[in-house]
Design a protein around this ligand. Structure first.
Ligand code: NAD
Length: 332
């Protein structure tokens, strides 16, 4: 059966990693039809809009999209393409797994942390207003959106035999907004007695993650803290080039690397495509192709462990294409 997905090759290094993931899917013998659209900076240059209507219609129709990073133009009042897509399709779960793989420049071993970041509200509603001497930004936390992300995280823990879920907040200062998120976490945890449930204030959480990352298993957080700690956690497993993600709603999902369009290394054939490949593996899991997803993960691990063909950020000298060639050689 052929899968039909919406594909965005994105900006910056996006086209380079998109080209490579297509080679991987081809080698894995997965029949995928790509409906490709431009979004982001290049779409703006061509169509004067960051997200053309036909791209939105394609996601609605296909229900699954793979998205390379896009550039959000600075200082022209643009809303981030990512934030817009998450809101248009109500993709309320930002699923960000981070797992140590040998061969990376990571300072730690055995990290296996998954963050469930609330994806639709918090400061990301982008509601800022002018006051006498500056601006105020509004932070929105609702019962409905907090409940569904927290419940999703607990359900995941049960289904996947994970033992602990940590809620991140700043409820000591933001007593109403973060206070609500924490109190909902404390209500829901009673329904899941088999899961160890605790909470940490965001500043302490950052310190603990750096000092004792192996203490953590699953994390649930409001949007902004989730964004920040997942970059921190990416740093613990070897950098942004290693961190995949999925934006999941009730019946639509968009898969993408955590990193941005990295314009500083665009066109140099040195971008590390691992995060995007691992996002592709998450997409294959979602499509019910876990066997092929695991094959891809295994080939990535083997390439990293062997250590002969690594990209520059991983301490090697190989190009993006050479690194991918090596992964492909381990696929069969
Ligand atoms: P970035 O993640 O693009 O880059 C940060 C640094 O990490 C850069 O030095 C870059 O070269 C390096 N880096 C990132 N990914 C790498 C990889 N796979 N391999 C090797 N090195 C890598 O963040 P930025 O520079 O702050 O943002 C650039 C643009 O990307 C901005 O326009 C931003 O809005 C956008 N952005 C998009 C997404 C997305 O589409 N999902 C996410 C974050 C940022």
């Amino acid at each position: 059966m052929a899968y039909r997905i919406t594909l965005f090759e994105g900006d910056g290094v996006g086209p380079e990693i998109t080209r490579e993931i297509k080679r991987i899917f081809n080698e894995l013998n997965i029949d995928i039809i790509y409906d490709e659209y431009l979004i982001g900076e290049r779409a703006y240059a061509k169509y004067n809009t960051l997200i053309p209507e036909d791209a939105i219609e394609s996601i609605k129709k296909n229900k699954v999209a793979l998205k390379a990073p896009v550039t959000t133009p600075i200082g022209k009042g643009f809303r981030s393409v990512n934030v817009s897509l998450r809101n248009i399709f109500d993709l309320y779960v930002n699923f960000r797994p981070a797992k140590s793989l040998s061969g990376t420049l990571s300072k730690y071993d055995n990290i296996d942390i998954i963050t469930f970041r609330e994806n639709t509200e918090d400061l990301y509603i982008g509601d800022e207003e002018e006051i006498d001497d500056g601006y105020i930004a509004k932070k929105k936390i609702t019962r409905k959106n907090s409940e569904r992300i927290i419940r999703y995280a607990f359900e995941y823990a049960v289904k996947h035999n994970r033992c602990k879920l940590t809620c991140v907040h700043k409820a000591n200062i933001l007593k109403k907004t973060d206070g609500l998120f924490l109190s909902i976490f404390n209500e829901i945890k009673n329904e899941y007695p088999s899961i160890i449930a605790d909470d940490k204030i965001i500043d302490n959480m950052c310190m603990q993650l750096v000092m004792n990352p192996n203490e953590f298993d699953l994390i649930v957080a409001p949007n902004l803290y989730g964004d920040i700690i997942t970059d921190l956690i990416a740093g613990l497993i070897g950098g942004l080039g290693m961190a995949p993600s999925a934006n999941i709603g009730d019946d639509i999902a968009i898969f993408e690397a955590v990193h941005g369009s990295a314009p500083d290394i665009q066109g140099k054939n040195i971008v590390n495509p691992t995060a995007f490949f691992l996002s592709g593996a998450l997409m294959l899991d979602y499509l019910g192709e876990s066997e092929k997803a695991n094959k891809l993960r295994f080939a990535i691990e083997k390439t990293l462990k062997e250590g002969k063909y690594l990209t520059k950020d991983l301490g090697g000298t190989s190009s993006t294409i050479e690194y991918t060639d090596r992964i492909i050689s381990f696929l069969n």
